[in-house]
Design a protein around this ligand. Structure first.
Ligand code: ADP
Length: 402
């Protein structure tokens, strides 16, 4: 009766985890995070409703510990602190599913090899997602593991939204706009009827603004177009990533400045965005707290670019009924929401400043032609539901190679 699902969301500098009762759509037993991986790992956990969890014992963490050290430690910690539950299956967020994977899937050695081949398309994320799967398999080879892809939600995109203006042969080999943050968009899409009634199936743009940031234009709560592309580098300005960039800049840096492909990868993925423009931090909350012209310019550029992308996506879906802000910045930064919406006044977007300042769910003013909402996202519950659905059906156990 106390079977549970472990959900892991492994990134380059953080590992988010959650434990859910083994059921269709349950509230979590606990959620936690190891932040600062590679620099100064910090472990935090919080209990949630329903099940009593014994007092968390602090987990000793070496500063240099990588995911392969931390995941076995986390599994040990869960073993001794899980309040009488038995982990029956693990679910993972995996960023890229490529062309072949549109649905959550059970992990096999063949699938792992296929996902490995997609590492160059998501070099910042995919290796960590796969490390998490391998670490769980090493600790518990018989445990069923399920992967849910950030790209899956965008399989419904309009064909024109997916195409780059490149030779057709390249499109045919899969150089197209895939889109990411799909688990977040899936969750938000599921909440829209509660907040918008009949307008939920209208023209809605969801702005997932976190360390990584993207937007998704939905019709009938399905993805029609998105800001991210072939990789998670395209579209909006992000914490450390540049977002959309004239490809001529890359050519110039390589041909005239002698940067290697590796230099450019590191520049565009880790030294650009808020960090690059401010020269101070990749963290929006930190920049908001600093009275520096460069920090302000970084925030201004972030909002200007976000508003521009939102207007482009509104064109794709023929107008706009609602905007939803979500993820770390979208849920918590009244300043960013206000600045973005101020750019969109001409589209009939107007926010109620007081409601915005108190992070209310509905922040559109009475005059606004467009509903403006703040909805906290929950990627982990989407993974937990899929893990339950795929493991509760009777199927042969899969043992992964150690
Ligand atoms: P990820 O899950 O990709 O690590 P998050 O969704 O947690 O990212 O978002 C992290 C971002 O949210 C950081 O830039 C952080 O500064 C920002 N953020 C969190 N809280 C606030 C706040 N109160 N004000 C402004 N920005 C915030």
């Amino acid at each position: 009766m106390n079977d549970a699902i472990l959900v892991l969301n492994a990134g380059s500098s953080s590992l988010k985890f959650a434990v859910y009762p083994y059921a269709r759509s349950p509230p979590p037993i606990l959620r936690g995070k190891i932040a600062g991986i590679g620099t100064k790992p910090v472990f935090s956990v919080r209990k949630t409703v329903g099940v009593a969890v014994p007092q968390a014992s602090p987990m000793p963490l070496e500063p240099s510990a990588g995911l392969d050290d931390l995941i076995p430690k986390l599994l040990d910690w869960l073993n001794s602190n899980r309040g009488g539950v038995t982990i029956r299956a693990a679910g993972h967020r995996v960023v890229h599913g490529g062309r072949t994977h549109a649905e959550p899937a059970r992990v096999t050695d063949v699938l792992l090899t296929e996902l490995e081949a997609l590492v160059p398309l998501a070099p910042l994320h995919q290796p960590h997602n796969l490390t998490a799967i391998r670490c769980v398999a090493a600790s518990n080879p018989g445990l069923p593991q399920i992967v849910c892809f950030d790209t899956s939600f965008h399989r419904t995109q309009n064909r024109l939204s997916q195409l780059f203006a490149l030779p057709r042969a390249m499109t045919d080999e899969g150089i197209v706009r895939y889109g990411f943050h799909g688990l977040s968009y899936d969750y938000i899409a599921g909440t829209l009827p509660t907040h918008l009634g009949g307008r939920a199936d209208g023209r809605v743009i969801v702005a997932h603004l976190g360390s990584g940031a993207s937007m998704c234009a939905m019709l009938s709560r399905r993805s029609f177009a998105t800001s991210m592309g072939f990789t998670a580098l395209d579209g909006l300005m992000m914490g450390r990533r540049c977002g959309a960039l004239d490809p001529g800049v890359v050519l110039y840096l390589m041909q005239e400045k002698g940067l290697t492909a590796q230099d450019v990868t590191s520049l565009l993925y880790t030294k650009s965005g808020l960090l690059g423009v401010s020269g101070i931090s990749n963290d929006m909350a930190a920049l908001e707290a600093i009275a520096s012209a460069q920090a302000q310019e970084a925030i201004d550029l972030f909002c200007y670019r976000a508003a521009g992308e939102l207007a482009r996506l509104a064109t794709a879906i023929g107008g706009l009924d609602a905007i939803v802000f979500t993820a770390g910045i979208g849920e918590n930064s009244a300043l960013v929401r206000r600045r973005i919406c101020d750019h969109l006044l001409w589209m009939g977007v107007e926010i109620d400043r007081r409601a915005n300042d108190r992070h209310a769910t509905r922040i559109g003013s009475l005059n606004s032609e467009v509903d403006v909402l703040v909805i906290p996202t929950d990627e982990e519950i989407i993974v937990a539901r899929a893990t339950h659905a795929l493991t509760s059906a009777k199927s042969a156990p899969t043992r992964l190679k150690p």
